[in-house]
Design a protein around this ligand. Sequence first.
Ligand SMILES: [Zn+2]
Length: 220
Amino acid sequence: MIDERTLRAEVIATALAMNAAGINRGKSGNVSARLAHEGFAGFLVTPTGMPYAALAPEDIVAMTLAGEPAGGRAPSSEWRFHRDIYASRADANAIVHAHAPFATTLACLDRGIPAFHYMIAVAGGDDVRCAPYATFGTQALSDHAVAALDGRKACLLAHHGMIALGGTLADALALAVEVETLAEMYWRALQVGEPARLPPEEMAVVLAQFATYGQPVRCG
Ligand SMILES: [Zn+2]
């Protein structure tokens, strides 16, 4: 079992990697990891308003699933959707929220990502939904996000950004990068025309393949 200080350092490393990967810029976005040990059920989340490069492990905020912060820093303004995802999704041990440029471009058009490419199945279904807009930091936004994530591990947030979750911080970050890649390809295809969708029966085959191998498989 990973110790809390190591997990705090991994949250920082993931936030830095998110920006280095080009899926987020500046202080936007946030990263969290589930923290559960005897007598505590909650999560660690990046604080609000601090550059990731300036973060030390003690700056990461521990919060209970009741939304009570522990420590001196204020949590990310988006702590509500982190809390609600951990409370409702046993498969979520880490969450990456990014204002990824291509995913957010689609989200600004109120568009999710359809099954234009088989790798859409990496997010758990035959599309990545776009949650309706609500003001950042609100319970309404959290409610929309949890609904859009039903049966999925990623969603877009209208006029805002994207969320990816995973069993580990590495999984959540890798999924966020994959969703941004799909968003870019879909956006590029839209410059020429609306791409055809893979039929549900083919997506069922792909999803079954992913489930069989326990992890996303791809050609190559
Ligand atoms: Zn945001």
